[in-house]
Design a protein around this ligand. Structure first.
Ligand SMILES: NC(=O)C1=CN([C@@H]2O[C@H](COP(=O)(O)OP(=O)(O)OC[C@H]3O[C@@H](n4cnc5c(N)ncnc54)[C@H](OP(=O)(O)O)[C@@H]3O)[C@@H](O)[C@H]2O)C=CC1
Ligand SMILES: O=C(CO)COP(=O)(O)O
Length: 333
């Protein structure tokens, strides 16, 4: 049997965490890694740590397998894991052609929407890079990179319309601290992961303003109903919204100390401008971009999404967080 060859595209905390899982997993495989930052590549080769993200994690890849040359990295692999924030995906793939991806499995670890295109990653790769839907996989589930670094038990969901493909890929990630589920819901899984980032921003805003745990619980129970309404409108199949890839991911992001989106929202609630909140964090909160993309996407579906609407108004129409959230409280139950 052929040894699986896996390429990671991205150098942030989630890419670093998934490289750790792939390295700790016992199935024989080759791992390749593209990062844009050449100084980080030099550091990784010399010291076996990513200097900017999860810097305590040891990463022992062969030196020749780490490169800033994306075509070289892609050409060597069968699975290509996309793992840059969605806002930078187009730029990252600017030198990549559909021919270079032909026959490969494309795995999205991104929880975001491609700006301007207003597409989830699977749709974007299918339309713009001609990747057949059966070659698209999604990695999702409630899992923070920081807890992977600490080897805390985490569950991931691997989605593909072909469950055998999902199962084969999931076998490359399982470790003592990573368990995997499989799913055939590529659209629902991606959209739920995008939406939960917006609700984490809402949760952070409410916390920053001074709402307590009692209200947070109401906010999140309304948020899961928004997710359900939206994914049912976009892709009406039978799914249990209480599964970890949907409800679990929403809960971890809304409550965890590690949540980037909640942290960002908290700063907005405390009065930071979007720019100053972004500068203060050296990580990306996808929910900021997703709020705008989902606002456009939902013009087509017209799903009732008062929480998304409130976050959009605060972030993009400069509405007061206090007033917008007070109005929102009248619409929740
Ligand atoms: N962190 C987590 O726990 C999880 C994250 N995800 C998802 O993973 C994806 C990646 O996020 P994450 O790893 O957290 O990101 P981080 O915030 O940890 O890292 C940011 C990444 O974005 C890159 N970047 C920043 N600015 C630019 C730019 N102008 N052009 C190109 N690249 C840029 C950085 O590269 P550089 O270092 O060179 O600046 C770095 O690789 C997101 O979609 C996120 O939702 C999913 C599950 C868990
Ligand atoms: O998706 C994630 C965890 O499942 C990470 O996003 P947050 O850091 O915003 O929680």
């Amino acid at each position: 049997m052929m040894i699986p060859r896996v390429a990671m595209i991205g150098g942030g905390s989630w890419a670093t965490a998934v490289i750790k899982m792939l390295s700790d997993n016992l199935t024989q495989k080759e791992i390749y890694w593209w990062l844009r930052d050449t100084a980080s590549i030099a550091h990784l080769k010399q010291y076996k740590h990513n200097p900017k993200y999860l810097s305590s994690v040891e990463l022992r890849l062969p030196e020749n397998n780490i490169s800033a040359d994306i075509s070289q990295i892609i050409s060597q692999a069968d699975y290509i894991i996309l793992n840059v924030p969605a806002a930078f995906l187009k730029e990252t793939l600017s030198g990549v052609t559909p021919e270079m991806l032909a026959g490969k499995k494309i795995v999205s670890a991104i929880k975001g929407i491609v700006p301007d295109e207003n597409q989830i990653i699977g749709e974007f790769m299918h339309e713009k890079f001609k990747v057949p839907l059966e070659d698209i996989l999604v990695i999702s589930g409630p899992c923070h990179a920081e807890e992977v670094a600490l080897e805390k038990l985490s569950y991931l969901t691997i989605a593909s319309i072909n469950l055998e493909t999902a199962a084969s890929f999931s076998k490359l990630l399982n470790t003592r601290y990573i368990k995997t589920n499989i799913s055939d819901d590529i659209f629902g899984t991606e959209y739920a992961a995008v939406l939960k980032n917006i609700y984490a921003v809402a949760s952070g805003i409410c916390h920053g303003i001074g709402y307590g745990d009692n209200f947070q619980a109401v906010l999140i129970s309304n948020a899961i109903r928004e997710i359900k309404r939206f994914v049912e409108a976009v892709h009406p199949i039978s799914r249990d919204i209480k599964e970890s890839a949907y409800l679990g991911d929403l809960l971890v992001t809304a409550y965890s100390q590690f949540s980037r989106n909640r942290t960002f929202g908290n700063m907005i609630g405390k009065g930071y401008t979007v720019k100053s909140a972004q500068l203060e964090m050296n990580m990306i909160a996808e929910g900021y971009y997703a709020a705008s993309c989902m606002h456009v996407i939902n013009k087509k579906y017209k799903v009732e999404m008062p929480i998304c609407r409130a976050v959009y108004a605060i972030l993009y129409e400069r509405h007061s967080p206090q007033i917008e959230m007070a109005l929102l409280t009248e619409q929740l139950n």
